[in-house]
Write a protein that binds this ligand. Sequence first.
Ligand SMILES: Nc1ncnc2c1ncn2[C@@H]1O[C@H](COP(=O)(O)OP(=O)(O)O)[C@@H](O)[C@H]1O
Ligand SMILES: [Mg+2]
Length: 331
Amino acid sequence: MVVKGLKKYFPNRKGFFYKIANYNKAVNGIDFFIKKGETVGLVGESGSGKTTVGRCIVRLYEPTEGSVEFNIDGNMIDLPKVPKKGMKTIRKHFQMLFQDVYSSLNSRMKIADIVTEPMAIHDVGNKKERIDRAKELLERVGLSADDISKYPHQFSGGQRQRIGITRALSIKPDFIICDEPVSALDVSVQAQILNLLLDLQDEFQLSYLFIAHDLGVVKYISDRVIVMYLGKIFEIAYSKDIYENPRHPYTEALLAAISKYKAGSTRDILLKGSIPDPSNPPSGCVLHPRCNYAKDICKEVLPVLEPIPGVSEAFAACHRYKELNLKSYKR
Ligand SMILES: Nc1ncnc2c1ncn2[C@@H]1O[C@H](COP(=O)(O)OP(=O)(O)O)[C@@H](O)[C@H]1O
Ligand SMILES: [Mg+2]
């Protein structure tokens, strides 16, 4: 998948006539790619625009601008250009996993119906074949075939996410957008679900866009990581590079948040304040009001995402990254 110039602006409406006052620039011009079979982590604080990126890819939101090219059976398809009618066949190739799996599963439906629904929508098999596949998949994800006659409330959070995974896998997708699927789970359960996702990826040749709000979860699962803030990409690199040699002050701050530095030493790394309103982003580098390394140029000039010389597939958007010696991840 190749994403180019992706933007999503949400109108903010005001007043008696409900006129558009301005736009929330939730995703403000981003470029990245995901190779087949790859897991790419998408990380940033809440409000960065991660969910919006995921939803624009599958057209749950219509992108304001940009292209999302995806290889479907040998043809490169630009997803935002596919007519609405044609989206049904395209949707077969994509599935989503959600953080709030309970509300994404209809609580009045039996697991059998929840899991076979996507197959029914896409006319896969007959009723018996769909039930057989559902049972087989339930066992594959660590549940039991008998669970098919139960209801969502009879399961724990981790088990519900396994049901969500079963549902997603039922139509043999190529690409799964995992939107914080383990953020609400206990740490021990998180590891089990992440392991399961890794096993399934090998078995079914899946590509994942794995969204998380901290760098802890994605460290374990990602081949490459994209760091996003206020609708912009700040850094992209292979996992090892991101954790051992962050180039962007924002990445350093996210690493500090999950690292165990000696007391006091993280103080000057952590960001000041909180994420600004995307309707009125700061001038220049959108991080500058919160960045400890900001200089005059950062307030004035928007840094572009540029390749890091000598490092494969690594990019950073910071005026000062070459001169900064940023701290890496410490266990
Ligand atoms: N459907 C929507 N309508 C209007 N604004 C939205 C909508 N979805 C998200 N936003 C806004 O877009 C920005 C990015 O949100 P989101 O993509 O959910 O970020 P993240 O997933 O990184 O927390 C936020 O300011 C949020 O309020
Ligand atoms: Mg989100």
